[in-house]
Ligand binder design. Structure first.
Ligand SMILES: [Zn+2]
Ligand SMILES: [Zn+2]
Length: 407
């Protein structure tokens, strides 16, 4: 027997209703496995003498399950405006239908009922698969189609593309991300010369332009593993980033070719390597990664400095913790805190007169310029403090990021 005693009572109470096979069967949707709800309705009918009606006469669903193919075609037409391989279905129903279903379930005590949305989404998904040969994906579908059964319209959500890579930046005039004009916030005004931006371009724009062309995407977001100041070059193994492309029309990419196109376009300013499509879950990981970095700095002292004096200061500071209050130059936008950072390595490359080149390896988030200058005592100890000679960074380059994302 399919129905137990309680199931029979439910079936008995439902005899006052006019339900189609799907809706009657759904009232027993969690009884048994491997059945469609129509099968369930047939069995219930055999065991209890219940009747069910054709879809159009159903008092609950108004014949929605007879129109699954109609909905599937609406969905596919919309999904086919973009490239997709996997999908997921959602739906919206008239509040009246949902309320009515709830009342029928409660009145009959149908504790094993399934909801109309669940059945509809499943049946629509099966039909879309059948018509297209593509499969549903419950974790990271290329697109999600939401069928609004009230108006027979569909809404499409396309999963963004996430393109991982590493970038090098050879310019001291380019910020990492697009920087909107503070005055007009992107609209364009006299102050930004009607560009809407503070800077002509950015690493983000130099990388994204060709990717937008290749994907037909609408918008781009840049997630860097930290960032360097505008006047700092990013050399060496490059900085990991993920470029997020919203609403891509095309999602199969020849990343090798794309890399060439980007490097051609951004020549002399930015270069990328190791491009590959990744899961969006990697964005969090990249943002959280706290990699130490190695810098090369040209340091200018206020006066000539003896090599021994500088060597002594360097030996003193190597593998030491330093304490940095929020630098004066960023105090207007960051709260005033003291941060402890470690100088893992420090090396003098050369010293000529009052100019020296140093290599500095330190924790993520170290303010390197302030480690050199001391920032009027806000960073301590510092090169200026230990040498006793005022000094400042003339130019700074990141020459290696020691992240764990290497292949
Ligand atoms: Zn029905
Ligand atoms: Zn402006």
């Amino acid at each position: 027997m399919f129905l137990d005693e309680n199931g029979k009572k439910v079936a008995e109470k439902l005899k006052t209703r006019t339900l189609c096979g799907n809706c009657l069967g759904r009232m027993f949707g969690r009884v048994g496995t491997g059945f469609t709800n129509i099968h369930r309705a047939e069995i219930v009918s055999l065991e209890t003498g219940s009747k069910f009606v054709g879809a159009e006469q159903c008092e609950l669903c108004n014949g929605i399950f007879a129109k699954i193919e109609h909905y599937a075609r609406i969905a596919i037409e919309l999904m086919d405006t973009v490239e997709w391989h996997t999908f997921l279905v959602g739906s919206r129903f008239d509040e009246e239908i949902l309320a009515k279903e709830e009342k029928i379930v409660i009145d009959a005590g149908a504790t094993n009922a399934e909801s109309i949305k669940v059945e509809f989404n499943r049946e629509l998904g099966k039909k879309i698969s059948e018509l297209t040969g593509k499969r549903a994906d419950f974790s990271e579908p290329d697109c999600v189609v939401i069928m609004d059964t009230r108006f027979d319209t569909a809404h499409l959500e396309v999963r963004p593309l996430f393109l991982f890579g590493r970038y090098r930046k050879f310019s001291r005039e380019i910020p990492q991300t697009r920087w909107l004009c503070r005055n007009c916030r992107g609209k364009g005004c006299r102050r930004c010369n009607w560009k809407g931006k503070m800077y002509e371009t950015s690493v983000q724009e130099l990388v994204a332009t060709k990717v937008i062309e290749a994907t037909g995407g609408k918008e781009h977001f840049f997630h860097g593993m930290g960032r360097e100041d505008i006047d700092v070059r990013m050399l060496g193994n490059g900085r990991p980033f993920i470029l997020e492309i919203r609403e891509p029309v095309k999602r199969t990419l020849d990343v090798g070719k794309l890399e060439q196109e980007i490097n051609e376009f951004a020549r002399g300013r930015v270069e990328v390597e190791g491009l590959k499509l990744v899961s969006g879950k990697l964005v969090e990981k990249i943002k959280e990664e706290k990699a130490t970095k190695r810098y090369q700095a040209i340091v200018e002292f206020a006066s000539q400095i003896l090599p021994e004096k500088l060597e002594n200061a360097i030996n003193e500071l190597r593998e030491k913790d330093i304490y940095q209050k929020t630098p004066n130059r960023v105090l207007h936008r960051r709260s005033d805190l003291t941060r402890k950072r470690r100088v893992h390595d420090l090396k003098l490359c050369w010293l000529r007169g009052h100019i020296a080149q140093l290599e500095i390896e330190c924790d993520a988030g170290t303010y390197v310029k302030e480690f050199v200058s001391g920032d009027q005592g806000r960073t301590t100890p510092s090169i200026a403090e230990l040498t006793g000679v005022p000094c400042r960074v003339q130019t700074l380059d990141v020459i290696r990021i020691n992240d764990m994302l290497e292949e």
